[in-house]
Design a binder for this molecule. Structure first.
Ligand code: IPD
Length: 328
């Protein structure tokens, strides 16, 4: 795939995200086409009140898909709301596949909390190559194409740069972003909260003693915080390909690192086999670490520290085995 072709895909995704921005804002503020309460009413996807979908989600996904179909009739489309309606029985292929979350952080959206946005990613050979995360209320547009860097409103990521950007050497120097997710079953909640506790717990009690654990309610904006350089790590199990596709390429193009997020706490995997695995956007789990500058006189040390921090997180968090998205 040529750089020009990727650039064209990126420009298309940016244009479509900007086109649906006004509808997103109307929904958020209940103005214009979404001023009627009925249009704003949230449906309950999991039947537990925590995972909702609104008319705005449906409208934006439909509009994005119809534009993409006009421009790239042979490309595949995967979207959060379409999948909710049609099921997870779609085949994941190597073909160019647009992966869309029309409103990531719908819970934030319905509560008028600005930390919510539109995610449009393109995967080729099942890997993300183009990503746009647009947070219309915050007026932040994150963009990336493979090999071409990542940007926020045209400024290169990370926004925080060396020497201001530090080189953390342990979790105790890290701020993390996590989510409690929408699966509220007792087992899953118990596991997540136990992982959060260990991330925060003092080192003498076996914890990571991270400096902050932020739970802000939307996976794509979370990952852009790591790309920006204002959080060191993001860890979550449960999101779908539409939560990851665009944000992951934005993060990796900013110099960040991503790995499979299955934790090792309580597992029977022997210590010698606890190695980092590549991240797969269809596998519903991610550990992400921001760009880390090399230590003085130690080229390559930033990359090594990214791996060390990812391992340190995986040692103290638990896996939650969800089946992958789609059929492989
Ligand atoms: C959800 C949010 C939430 C995360 C879930 C996602 P949605 O996306 O990003 O923070 O914990 O895993 O599914 O449903 O609001 O688009």
């Amino acid at each position: 795939m040529s750089a020009e072709q990727l650039k064209e895909y990126l420009n298309t995704a940016i244009a479509i995200a900007k086109e649906v921005g006004p509808a997103f804002k109307d929904g958020f503020w209940r103005t214009g086409r979404f001023s009627a309460d009925s249009a704003f009413a949230a449906d309950d996807k999991l039947g537990n009140g925590a995972d909702c979908v609104t008319e705005v989600d449906r409208y934006i996904e439909k509009t994005v898909f119809s534009r993409l179909r006009e421009i790239y009739p042979t490309h595949k489309l995967v979207g959060e709301e379409t999948t909710t309606e049609c099921g997870n029985e779609y085949k994941v292929t190597n073909d160019p596949t647009w992966i869309v979350d029309p409103v990531d952080g719908t819970n934030n959206f319905v509560h008028h909390f600005q930390y919510t946005g539109i995610s449009i990613g393109l995967a080729i050979n099942k890997e993300p190559v183009v990503g746009v995360v647009y947070l219309p209320i915050l007026d932040e547009l994150y963009t990336a194409a493979h090999g071409q860097g990542a940007f926020m409103n045209g400024q290169p990521l990370p926004i925080i740069r060396p020497p201001v950007l530090t080189t953390p050497t342990s979790l105790a120097e890290c701020s993390m972003v996590c989510e409690h997710g929408s699966d509220r079953s007792e087992k899953v909640m118990g596991s997540r909260l136990a992982s959060f506790t260990r991330l925060l717990l003092d080192k003498k009690h076996g914890g990571g003693c991270i400096q902050n654990l932020r739970v802000l309610g939307a996976a794509c904006p979370d990952i852009t915080l790591v790309a920006k350089g204002v959080a060191e790590c993001y860890w979550e199990i449960g999101p779908h390909a539409w939560d990851f596709a665009a944000a992951v390429i934005i993060l990796t193009e900013s110099g960040g690192a991503v790995f499979d997020g299955a934790g090792w706490w309580g597992s029977s995997i022997p210590e010698s086999e606890r190695t980092l695995k590549p991240h797969n956007i269809w596998n519903r789990r991610l550990i992400a670490v921001r760009f880390i500058p090399d230590l003085p006189g130690k080229p390559g040390s930033g990359r090594e520290l990214q791996k060390q921090l990812a391992k340190d997180v995986l040692e103290i968090v638990e896996d939650i085995p969800y089946p992958p998205d789609g059929i492989h």
